[in-house]
Design a protein. Structure first.
Length: 280
């Protein structure tokens, strides 16, 4: 199996930004039957959680912008939304990272492999997701600080399940990789979020307005329809971001740690988990 090629999901070499985005999309396409249904469940739960906060902030579909004088409640809504996004992307990052690791060896991980609990470290992933969610909610209350937190914590799940570091080290490992090479990984993660934010807003608002233009929106159910649209859009956007985190993590290791060289020199028969584990 060649290390690189035009159809490789994740070539064994440093990639350009465009190639990284392409690799993330290829990984999502190959693992959509696992990632998208899981993301849909999480996205629906997120919308149900945020709905009371939206009502308290006086927002209305489809853009859910606040009423004048309720900015405090809306700010809390944004902070909680930032936290739920971080939690969902981190949870999806567990199977996405393991799928990316398999892709680095030229194979596609099957659904059973990704959903199998053995060795997946789901317990640690859930605990880290809660911790990251609380942290993101806290920093989001300070506005621009959310951007820093989001940029630094993208590789928490890959560091945990691919690098096999201790759970307490995973956030530190993620932050360390994010700031390498002048913060390249952090900036690319922000770029990916911006791209998908534009897509999400465009579809979340556009689909609703399109249905409304044909008089297909029942006003008493307008809010729930909008929530369903947003959940559907996020069920694709969230795993896409998780896949970007996964391929970006491995590419950063190839770029800054020589992971590609390590793999090319490895003895035949060495387990994948051993080859991908970070040095202690």
């Amino acid at each position: 199996m060649p290390d690189a090629g035009p159809t490789a999901v994740l070539p064994r070499r440093p990639l350009t930004v465009g190639e990284l985005l392409d690799s993330a999309v290829l990984l999502l396409r190959g693992q959509a039957r696992v990632l998208v249904p899981v993301a849909l469940v999480l996205a629906v739960a997120e919308q149900l959680l945020l709905h009371p906060l939206r009502l308290a902030a006086g927002t209305a579909p489809p853009a859910w912008l606040p009423e004048f004088g309720r900015f405090g409640a809306y700010w809390l809504l944004l902070a909680v939304g930032a936290a739920t996004e971080a939690v969902i992307v981190l949870l999806l990052g567990n199977p996405a990272a393991r799928a990316a690791g398999a892709a680095l060896f030229g194979r596609a991980a099957g659904p059973r492999e990704l959903l199998r609990p053995a060795g997946a470290r789901w317990g640690a992933t859930a605990l880290l997701a809660v911790g990251v969610g609380v942290l993101m909610c806290g920093v989001a209350l300070f506005g621009p600080a959310w951007i820093v937190g989001f940029a630094l914590l993208g590789a928490v799940a890959p560091a945990l399940v691919v690098d096999r570091v201790h759970p307490l080290r995973a956030p530190l490992r993620a932050a360390a990789l994010a700031v390498r090479a002048a913060g390249r990984a952090g900036w690319i993660r922000l770029l990916g979020y911006l791209v998908w934010w534009i897509v999400r807003v465009g579809l979340g608002v556009g689909v609703y307005l399109g249905l409304d233009s044909f008089d297909l929106v029942n006003r008493p159910w307008a809010g729930w329809l909008s929530l369903a649209v947003w959940a559907g859009v996020n069920s694709v956007a969230y795993p896409a971001l998780a896949c970007l985190d996964a391929v970006l993590h491995l590419e950063t290791r190839m770029r800054t740690e020589g992971l590609d060289i390590r793999l090319s020199r490895a003895r035949a028969g060495t387990p994948e988990t051993v080859l991908l584990a970070a040095g202690r």
